[in-house]
Design a protein around this ligand. Structure first.
Ligand code: ZN
Length: 290
């Protein structure tokens, strides 16, 4: 199943068109995309039992700018640093012994096709597999971890490196939470849609030039390990989001370094899920307070 957020309404995307979940369930399920994760098993059972009777209400070929994030307002948004050995190497740090976890704040989330104002001249790209939690819980064992997942999506972990690396120690969360810095989409794809959800191809390109390419099978800590690790400390809630790390090819690791500039178009893709498209513009000039 592929879930999308069209104009703020939850839809199932099918080859015949989009099924409006609230309308076709006669109000049994909310139109709000974030709410579906609270009733995930009930929803997937309803869809499986009724899919042949449901009537698509929209055609294909919509303007992708109408799409929002399929998970627009998670209670918790985790991100994983240095989860691919080649990216750790280009960052000049040792391969981590355990997952490096930080957060992106939820107000940075956007839909898949957006225009992003650049707050500085040191904004970098990181294509990432995004995991959305379905059932959640605490102390989820790795061998049961996929059962806690609603589905997968594509994310861009946009990062202001100047801000991230300034100061006595790197700080991740604010530098990665500017407006539009967490695009997610274009769909939430359930695990049954993948031959092997642990081995997906991910790539990013700028103005048609491939800058990142990897496979999620190269993760140092795979999805099941990340879920076990997180849920040992905290409770994972339905609809929580995990950005699972990026492969090599980011701008800060290049010689010379390269960052996003106004008019650049960044495309981020994962096989079997789809594509994000971010176009960058000059940001507001920084205001100085005295
Ligand atoms: Zn990242």
């Amino acid at each position: 199943m592929r879930l999308i957020n069209l104009d703020g309404r939850l839809q199932v995307s099918t080859p015949a068109g989009f099924i409006d979940v609230e309308a076709e369930s006669h109000g049994f399920f909310s139109s709000e995309p974030q709410k579906i994760y609270e009733r995930w098993s009930e929803f997937t059972a309803w869809y499986a039992g009724n899919r042949d009777r449901l009537i698509p209400a929209h055609g294909r070929g919509i303007d992708p700018a109408r799409l929002g994030s399929p998970v627009p307002a998670p209670r918790q948004l985790f991100a994983v640093g240095l989860n691919y050995a080649d990216h750790a190497a280009e960052s000049g740090v040792e391969r981590p012994e355990s997952p490096v976890i930080f957060t992106k704040f939820a107000s940075a989330i956007s839909g898949p096709v957006t225009t992003v104002p650049l707050p500085s001249d040191t904004v970098d790209w990181e294509v990432e597999l995004v995991v959305v939690i379905g059932r959640g819980g605490r102390n989820i064992a790795a061998d049961r971890a996929w059962e806690a997942v609603a589905g997968l999506s594509v994310g861009q972990d946009l990062s202001d490196r100047g801000r991230q690396l300034a100061g006595p120690v790197p700080q991740f969360s604010l530098a990665k939470s500017h407006r539009g810095f967490a695009p997610i989409g274009p769909a939430l794809v359930t695990i049954d849609e993948f031959d092997d959800p642990d081995d997906l191809t991910l790539e990013a390109g700028i103005n048609g030039e491939l800058v990142q390419f990897g496979r999620t099978a190269q993760m140092i800590f795979p999805v099941r390990t990340l879920i076990e690790h997180l849920s040992r400390t905290l409770e994972l809630y339905p609809g929580d989001v995990v950005f699972t790390g990026t492969p090599a090819g980011v701008g800060v690791g290049r010689t010379p370094q390269r960052f996003l500039a106004p008019d650049d178009v960044l495309r981020s893709r994962i096989t079997g899920i789809g594509e994000l498209v971010q176009t960058f513009t000059a940001g507001e000039p920084a205001t100085t307070r005295v």
